[in-house]
Design a binder for this molecule. Structure first.
Ligand code: IMP
Length: 448
């Protein structure tokens, strides 16, 4: 220990990539535990922007080991494009720096095809997926027919697995009007990637457990956001994985007691990309201000994001279901130039205030926001590095959010660059590296 889980507290795109990169400077390992290349984590260093889809956002720090755990769905074609692009821009990704779980699920080209065909067939009720095949790949994980990284590395095992996949998928592809893959050609191209991936393959869960036992610092990097969780998000407008903090345990293979702290990342306002309800959505010019000033276009698909005011009921729910101890508030600089800002403080349904967060899409679509109006500010924020340097009204906004959520704001991001950040609290818990060579387990009280 210590271990921090970092999760998105909204509908994704909260700025997790940047916060992970900053915290990774002091981490021994950064672990991706769910999702796939539907994620787009943006990091800006020395004016250069990198967008990572598969590789953990700790990769730009030379001493941090990055790991892809078994809860991830991994597109090997995209993985190597990303590794090659990083190498071309001066960050070689050696197998000492990147470890990949044998158990991670492989996203096959047919998963992308099924994702696309399903979305087309849905017409107006489409979910607005990223079309990366993530949903169909998770279906196969849970249907127990997926190809794993371990299968990719063994030609015979891969061939046997593809027979199972073909039996399952040929009828489905035919029903959707898709093309049946040339299985031999697919096996050949996967086997080539299998050769390339083999040096990176590891028992990631065991490595993480060892690192934690030895007192190492491990940062678990969540993807997407709380409201996209397959069970606790705005179902069915969700992704297909658990995006909440518990998934760090199930997706890696560690126990909940290994986690010291859960940090949520939330924008100062709300965005959503894809379909589904969004109670605080702005359809007039303020929404355009947030989109243009905040550069709110998808890092993976380039789609314009829907923008709206901060949604406190949704954030309180995120704090509760993730067990968030502290919040990083990002993109506060985007508010500069607004005379006033609004915040949704509660929801009403049929005139009655709602107490439990109605996360299912049909229920969430019925809520009416209750608004509070706060004074805005005109000063730009990008150069501020300490809380007291911020304009008084920006400080008031931060205090307001912390009070409303009953959780500390541990940091504030005021621009895309790595250094445009203010720390309000220490984020890493004190190291518990063992002092002697003997590791003595702490007795655990029976009443826990
Ligand atoms: P999928 O994950 O591609 O199946 O997409 C399901 C929903 O999650 C869609 O509304 C996507 O726009 C959304 N989504 C998936 N990944 C992200 C992300 O990294 N950021 C924001 N939205 C995402």
């Amino acid at each position: 220990m210590p271990a921090i889980v970092l999760v998105g507290a909204q509908w994704g795109d909260e700025g997790k990539g940047k916060i992970t990169d900053v915290l990774a400077a002091e981490a021994d390992q950064v672990v991706r535990f769910q999702g796939g290349n539907n994620a787009g984590h943006t990091i800006v260093v020395n004016g250069e922007q990198r967008i990572l889809h598969m590789i953990p956002s700790g990769i730009l720090h030379g001493n941090t080991v990055c790991a892809i755990a078994s809860g991830v769905v991994l597109d090997p074609f995209v993985l190597f494009e990303e590794i090659d692009a990083l190498a071309a821009s001066g960050t070689p990704v050696s197998c000492e720096r990147l470890r990949i779980s044998r158990g991670a699920t492989i996203i096959l080209p047919l998963h992308r095809e099924i994702d696309r065909l399903r979305e087309e067939a849905r017409g107006d009720t489409r979910l607005g997926t990223t079309l990366r095949g993530v949903g169909p790949a998770y279906e196969d994980t849970h249907g127990r027919v997926s190809v794993t990284v371990a299968d990719l590395c063994d030609r015979d095992r891969l061939a046997a697995r593809l027979v199972v996949v073909a039996r399952e998928k040929e009828p489905l592809l035919a029903a959707l009007g898709g093309e049946i893959p040339d299985w031999d050609a697919l096996a050949d191209s996967l086997a080539v990637l299998g050769e390339r991936i083999r040096p990176y393959v590891d028992q990631v869960g065991a490595r993480v457990r060892q690192a934690l036992a030895a007192g190492g610092r491990v940062l678990f990097e969540g993807a997407q956001g709380t409201m996209l969780d397959v069970k606790h998000g705005s179902y069915p407008y969700v992704t297909s994985s658990h995006t909440t903090a518990g998934a760090a345990c199930t997706g890696t293979g560690i126990g909940p007691t290994a986690i010291d702290r859960v940090v949520g990342v939330a924008k100062a306002y709300t965005t959503r990309v894809g379909g589904g309800p969004m109670p605080t959505e702005l359809v007039e010019s303020t929404g355009d201000h947030l989109r243009e000033v905040g550069r709110e276009y998808g890092a993976t698909t380039g789609r314009p994001r829907r923008c709206g005011w901060l949604d406190l009921p949704a954030l309180r729910y995120a704090v509760a279901i993730n067990g968030i101890d502290g919040i990083f508030l990002t993109k506060l600089d985007v508010f500069s130039g607004l005379d006033s800002v609004r915040v949704c403080t509660a929801y009403r349904v049929d005139g009655e205030e709602v107490t439990d967060f109605p996360h299912l899409a049909d229920d969430l679509a019925r809520v009416e926001p209750v608004w509070a109006e706060l004074p805005g500010w005109h000063e730009p924020l990008g150069d501020e590095r300490a809380f007291h340097e911020l304009p008084a009204r920006a400080r008031d906004y931060i205090r307001y959010v912390a009070r409303a959520l009953e959780v500390a704001v541990v940091g504030v991001s005021v621009g895309p660059a790595r250094e445009q950040i203010l720390f309000l609290e220490d984020v890493w818990p004190p190291s518990r590296r063992p002092q002697s060579g003997i590791l003595r387990p702490m007795p655990r009280p029976l009443h826990r």
